[in-house]
Design a protein around this ligand. Structure first.
Ligand SMILES: [Zn+2]
Length: 176
């Protein structure tokens, strides 16, 4: 069975599964830092009887937790295919920009017209275009993630990397 994982290019048996190398080169670290600071509070108050009081000095301790993911260059280079992400945030932002452009440019140019009607028309135009773009984006993202991505992921999971010549090759071609 060893022979089935032989590199087709150089014949080396020093090959590893991509997924294994990726996992080995990626680590999640949690580091906690503690910072201490001093602050003064209160003040000096003069009372009617000539008495005064001092405030105090307080210390506060802040704990900061940092979560980080560290990756070797190799792990970054052989990362698994990513799922496509929704661009809803960018679409909505573009819609808002378009809305203000229409309002500023349009209302300035057609000031003589009924600007209320113009504003209503512009609003509906923007809302319509944003909804249209969101539906289109959602369909594209879903289609990619359900039809294209699983195949890429399966191929990645079945890929081997030769540690001698660096060739990436599918495991199944040598199994027949
Ligand atoms: Zn090789």
């Amino acid at each position: 069975m060893q022979a089935s994982f032989q590199c087709p290019q150089c014949g080396s048996e020093d090959t590893r599964a991509l997924s294994l190398l990726y996992a080995a080169g990626t680590s999640t670290s949690v580091s906690t830092g503690v910072s201490t600071g001093f602050s003064t509070y209160g003040g000096i108050g003069g009372g009617g009887g000539g008495s005064f009081g001092f405030g105090g000095i307080g210390s506060n301790t802040t704990t900061t937790t940092m979560r980080g993911r560290q990756q070797t260059n190799l792990a970054a280079a052989i990362a698994p295919p990513a799922r496509r992400k929704s661009r809803a945030g960018r679409i909505i932002f573009a819609g808002i920009c378009m809305y203000f452009s229409i309002m500023v440019l349009g209302c300035g140019a057609f000031l003589a017209f009924h600007s209320a009607a113009f504003a209503t028309l512009g609003s509906w135009l923007c809302i319509g275009l944003v909804i249209f773009a969101l539906v289109l984006d959602h369909r594209k993202v879903t289609a990619y993630n359900t039809q294209v991505w699983p195949g890429l992921m399966a191929r990645w999971e079945a890929s081997m990397l030769c540690q001698r010549c660096g060739l990436t090759f599918p495991r199944h071609t040598l199994n027949g």
